[in-house]
Structures are given as C-alpha cells and as structure tokens.
Design a protein around this ligand. Structure first.
Ligand SMILES: [Zn+2]
Ligand SMILES: [Zn+2]
Length: 119
C-alpha cells in the first residue's frame, strides 16, 4: 500500500476504517461547537482531529481531540490551521493558532470598514 488513494472528504482517514459511532460523535460536536474555531463561520464546517486518528485511533471519538474548522473554497481553515496545508501532516498548535487568528479577525473587523489584509 504505497500509493495514497485520493483522500475522502470526511476528514482524511488514510484508509483507516471509521468507527460506526463517528457520525453521532461528529454531529454532537457540531451541535456544541457550531462555528469555525478560526473564522467563526457556520458554513462548510468540518470536525478536525487534533491528533489524527490514523495515528491515534483510540482518540477518534474523544471529544477533547476534536475541533470545528471550516472548509470554504476561498479559505480552507481545516487544511490551513488543522493540517498546515497538507493533509498528510497535522498542526499540534491548531487550537492556539486558530484562537489567535479568530481574535485578530474580530479585532480587525471591530475597527470598522477595513478589509482584512495580510501583512
Ligand atoms: Zn473558518
Ligand atoms: Zn483534520
């Protein structure tokens, strides 16, 4: 099994079978955390595993291992904050990084009609 198959959309499972309980756990998490941790949107949400379950299968259903991040076409916070732009890696600081970004995002928006520019 050298060649990685195209990752499926429901988080990237790396050919690891999902727990039959995952859909319920995922739905419960989204009910409790219905906004993206990085930008606050409620659209295109995905549940991210802080520690990927193909490496830590025992954490697949652990609520402490989950966070909500969005997957918009324009800004994929799941890929950016959760996986450092590569599905084969993961960001051990995803919670801190997205929280900091969310703070900045709201600070910039709170100052009035400025667009959010990097730099
Ligand atoms: Zn987002
Ligand atoms: Zn993820």
């Amino acid at each position: 099994m050298d060649a990685q198959p195209e990752p499926p959309l429901d988080d990237r499972c790396f050919a690891v079978p999902r727990s039959p309980h995952w859909p319920a756990v995922r739905a419960a998490h989204l009910k409790e955390h219905p906004t993206c941790a990085a930008c606050g949107t409620t659209a295109n949400l995905e549940v991210h595993h802080l520690k990927p379950f193909h490496l830590f299968p025992e954490l697949e259903l652990d609520p402490a291992n989950l966070m909500t991040l969005c997957e918009s076409q324009s800004h994929n916070d799941h890929l950016l904050f959760g996986h450092c732009l590569s599905w084969s890696t993961f960001n051990p600081h995803a919670v801190d990084d997205s929280a900091r970004y969310l703070d900045r995002f709201h600070a910039v928006r709170g100052k009035g009609p400025r667009t959010m520019e990097e730099g």
